[in-house]
Design a protein around this ligand. Structure first.
Ligand code: ZN
Length: 173
């Protein structure tokens, strides 16, 4: 088990040689993902393994997970969400090979001999599991240390809040 996540990988080579790695990357290196977050501190936990599956198909499997801070779209308070992205990628070198993807795998298009940035690969997977409309679990808005109204001078989301007042705090059953 090597612990250092490489900056880039050759997916074909990884799959054929059965390479694997487990480790972490700083969340802040994933810029597109961070653009959607309230806080960029933290680490992404990564496990990735190459493999040749029946039919001589090349695949990468593993997982990427991290705790991220997002703003609840119901109560507008930040909260922590755990993103867990399963990785099941079939490595293909051209679109013509799409039909050969093993069942249950997403295509990873990469010409043979070319390398892909690891951060980008992982980021794509995490963006897929990041909700478009993150919110606290039903009925739990306002139960998690919501700071007592800090006599707000700056409330950039006040307008947004007035658009969505359908959920009375702790109201319905
Ligand atoms: Zn909420």
């Amino acid at each position: 088990m090597s612990g250092r996540i490489p900056d880039s990988i050759d997916p074909h080579d990884w799959a054929r040689s059965g390479r694997q790695v487990a480790g972490t990357l700083p969340l802040a290196t994933l810029e597109r993902l961070c653009a959607a977050l309230q806080d960029t501190a933290g680490e992404v936990r990564i496990a990735l393994a190459g493999q040749v599956v029946p039919g001589k198909r090349l695949v990468l499997t593993g997982s990427a997970s991290c705790d991220v801070t997002v703003r609840c779209q119901r109560c507008l308070e930040p909260f922590t969400l755990t993103l867990e992205a399963p990785i099941r990628l079939g490595v293909i070198s051209h679109e013509g090979a799409l039909a050969k993807l093993p069942d249950g795998y997403e295509p990873l298009l990469c010409p043979a001999g070319q390398e892909l940035a690891m951060a980008q690969l992982i980021e794509d997977e995490l963006l897929l599991v990041l909700p478009d409309y993150p919110h606290h679990a039903d009925g739990t808005c306002g139960t998690t240390a919501v700071p007592a109204q800090q006599a707000g001078e700056r409330r950039p989301f006040a307008a947004l809040g007035s658009l969505r007042k359908s959920d009375p705090p702790g109201g319905h059953d």
